[in-house]
Design a protein around this ligand. Structure first.
Ligand code: GLU
Length: 415
């Protein structure tokens, strides 16, 4: 069975070896600092009480407060959250923003809950983890199946418990409550920035590129829309219900509006649009494949069938370590999640800085600063890839782990 935490450990071990990194404190990074499991009793709309399981894993705060999203999914368990928390530490280290890594989750299918039930669940979860989160300790954000509304509930519950408004306790919150301009689109924006950076480094342009995007949630929808606005041809898209394909390119603005109005792709009908399976989307002919759904999508089962030249990982952990080996042999360039989807947490950082200083920045400023941070991180990875003659994933891991290990060594071990 696929184990995301084992997967991340294997890649980290390999990076430490390839990068010749110091191993004295590495064992500390192979383990999280804290795992919290909570049981959440909720009064359901039918009057019955149901108990849900929730988690918060704090992987590392060596480089700054713990940071990372909260996801609601029936597949979520402690092991997944542990892997996701570790990826957050690596992601913040690659971007070189002053955060550690954490992740939270509740094992629940949110589509089965009413809005009221979701609100009660979110508030109870916040209450249960209240003692370990805070604007200078651990800052949650949205992730799979959570959004600005979820963050508003977390913020309100936390602020009520503390008896004062605490906007800096979460990021990705609504603008009205101290959210940042540009945060909703930020992860997708960052995915397009990373796609452009790798294409340009290889002498290509986004406008001449054919792209397939798996997943049409917050990340995939904005990545597809922004790439489309930059002139890329989007040949395939998918959501939970179905996948669509069009050789000549999909009108993404139209699909975006269609899905935003509450529709599913399975019902989308337009001339030239073919309905295909999710497996067919992953293996369709394109230049760039953007997996923007969940983990474990590109595996040893389908890695040999892919017909793209680049993979830009918008989701966390979409590619298994076994698939990576096949892709490397096939010379398919993989831009890893810990860089490719870092736009979300980078703009979260901007949101938090604005909250702490009671400032408001324009969308233009946010976009420029995001581009700057991502370009610098890309250059750090590129140099490492050149120096160590390794894949982009290993290069990114080396950059991240070197920063974490150095911070640990300078700090020394308590007591
Ligand atoms: N959930 C997003 C991620 O996986 C954003 C996290 C954040 O902004 O803290 O990167």
């Amino acid at each position: 069975m696929y184990n995301p935490y084992e997967n991340v450990l294997k890649v980290m071990d390999e990076a430490v070896k390839v990068g010749g990194l110091s191993t004295d404190t590495y064992e500390m990074i192979r383990n999280p600092q804290r795992e919290l499991k909570v049981y959440l009793p909720i009064r359901m709309d039918d009057g019955k009480i149901k108990v849900f399981e929730g988690y918060r894993v704090q992987h590392s705060n060596i480089r700054g407060p713990f940071k990372g999203g909260i996801r609601y999914s029936s597949f979520t368990d402690l092991n997944e959250v542990k892997a996701l928390a570790t990826w957050m530490s690596l992601k913040c280290a690659v971007a070189n923003i002053p955060y550690g890594g954490a992740k939270g989750g509740i094992t629940v299918d949110p589509t089965e809950l009413s809005k009221g039930e979701l609100m009660r669940l979110t508030r109870r979860y916040t209450f249960a983890i209240e003692s370990i989160i805070g604007p200078d300790t651990d800052i949650p954000a949205p992730d799979v199946n959570t959004n600005a509304q979820t963050m508003a509930w977390v913020l309100d519950t936390y602020s009520m418990l503390k008896g004062k408004p605490s906007p800096g306790v979460v990021t990705g919150k609504p603008l009205e409550l101290g959210g940042s301009k540009g945060r909703t689109a930020a992860t997708g924006q960052g995915v397009v920035i990373s796609t452009k950076l790798i294409l340009e480094a290889c002498g290509e342009t986004l406008a001449d590129t054919r792209i397939a995007v798996q997943g049409f949630g917050n990340v995939g929808s904005y990545a597809a829309k922004i790439a489309y606005e930059h002139g890329a041809t989007i040949v395939a898209l998918s959501d939970v219900s179905d996948a669509i394909y069009c050789e000549d390119g999909i009108d993404v603005s139209d699909v975006f509006a269609y899905v935003e109005a509450g529709n599913l792709l399975k019902d989308y009908k337009k001339d030239g649009i073919k309905h295909i399976s999710n497996a067919e989307l992953l293996t369709c002919t394109c230049d760039v494949l953007i997996p923007a759904a969940i983990e474990n999508q590109i595996t040893e089962e389908n890695a040999n069938e892919l017909r793209c030249r680049y993979i830009v990982e918008a989701a966390n952990g979409p590619t298994t370590e076994e698939a990576d080996e096949i892709l490397e042999k096939r010379k398919i360039v993989v831009i890893p999640d810990i860089f490719a989807n870092s736009g979300g947490v980078i703009v979260s950082y901007f949101e938090w800085v604005q909250n702490i200083q009671t400032l408001t920045w324009s969308e233009k400023q946010i976009k420029e600063m995001l581009r700057e941070i991502m370009a610098a991180a890309f250059e750090d990875i590129r140099q490492e890839v050149e120096k160590s003659a390794c894949t982009w994933r290993i290069g990114a891991y080396i950059v991240a782990l070197r920063r974490l290990i150095t911070a640990n060594e300078v700090k020394g071990l308590f007591p």
